[in-house]
Each structure stands twice: as C-alpha cells, then as structure tokens.
Design a protein around this ligand. Sequence first.
Ligand code: GDP
Length: 169
Amino acid sequence: LPRVVIVGRPNVGKSTLFNRLIGRRKAITHPRPGVTRDAVEETWELGGGRVLLVDTGGITSERGGIFEPLVRERALREVDRADVLLLVLDVTELVPEDEELLELLRPYKERLILVVNKVDNEAREEMAWNFFSLGFDTVCFTSAEHGRGIDELEQEIERRLVVPEGGGD
Ligand code: GDP
C-alpha cells in the first residue's frame, strides 16, 4: 500500500490530525509536549483506494530530538519509505526544531506537503500565509482540532498519489 507519513516535532498536532484523517479515534493525543509513543499506522480509505497512514509520533520527540542518532535513523527510515510526507507545523510557533526538520526534509521536497496546523480562525490564517516563504511548493492550512482544511488536504494527498497518465519511463 502507498504510505502517507506524518512527521513533525512534538505538540504540533500530529496525532490529532491522524485521528481526524482516519475519522475515528485510534492514536492517543497528548496535551503535554515530548511524550514518547510508538509510530501508529492504520489503513485508510482515501478516494477510491487504500493507503497506509503512519503517524511517526515519538520518533521525532524526546530531548535529543531528531538529531539523536537512533531517533534520526528511525525517522529517516520512515521518511524514505513514504510516498507522501506530511510535515506538520504549528502556525502559532515556529521553533528551531522545526527549522531543523525543514532542512532535513528539504531533499524530499517532491513528495512533501507542508501542513500548517492550528489555523483555527481568520487571524491565524493571516499568520499562516507567512509559511509560504519556507520554500515548499505545497502548503495546506488545517485545524485538526476543528476539522478545517481537512478536505483540501485529503484532495492534495490524493493528487500526489495518482500516477500521472503517460508518465514514468
Ligand atoms: P503531537 O504531539 O504532534 O501528536 O500533537 P497532539 O495531536 O498530541 O496535539 C498537541 C496539542 O495541540 C493538543 O492539546 C491538541 O489538542 C492541540 N491541537 C491539535 N490540533 C490543533 C488545532 O488544530 N488547533 C488547536 N488550537 N489546537 C490543536
């Protein structure tokens, strides 16, 4: 199955987004940052097909963060296997750990969708436009908690998974 992999530092809303996309509660959300948990994966019905939705969860968390060798190795293995990567950021705060992830994942740009989460209202939407300056082609605004922007994100993921007609070599 194609793999759609959610990455991001702790507390940006990855598991809330995972639950929202899956449409039923499966992963556990943590109000406290830095809580380790294992990667969670679920088969997800998207459009006409099935994909595997993976929340990398704890693998990008902990004090050493993504640059702790073991953590980094596990995270990169997930990233390498991904068909679509959702890099989740929190519209209310972009911190150095986000910048590190952005640089680490820049080589995977082609398969990456930048998900600016916690865009709960219009004021936050104004702030979200700034994230286009990070240099990624596809940026989606979501409020995982309130269900905003989820349809658009799903359409974008579907678009990425469709093999272009006459494409390939
Ligand atoms: P994770 O560590 O990245 O998996 O983040 P969680 O999904 O556990 O969410 C962290 C916190 O952010 C929780 O308190 C969530 O309720 C909150 N949160 C998640 N999505 C949103 C959102 O769209 N808007 C707001 N305001 N809060 C959110």
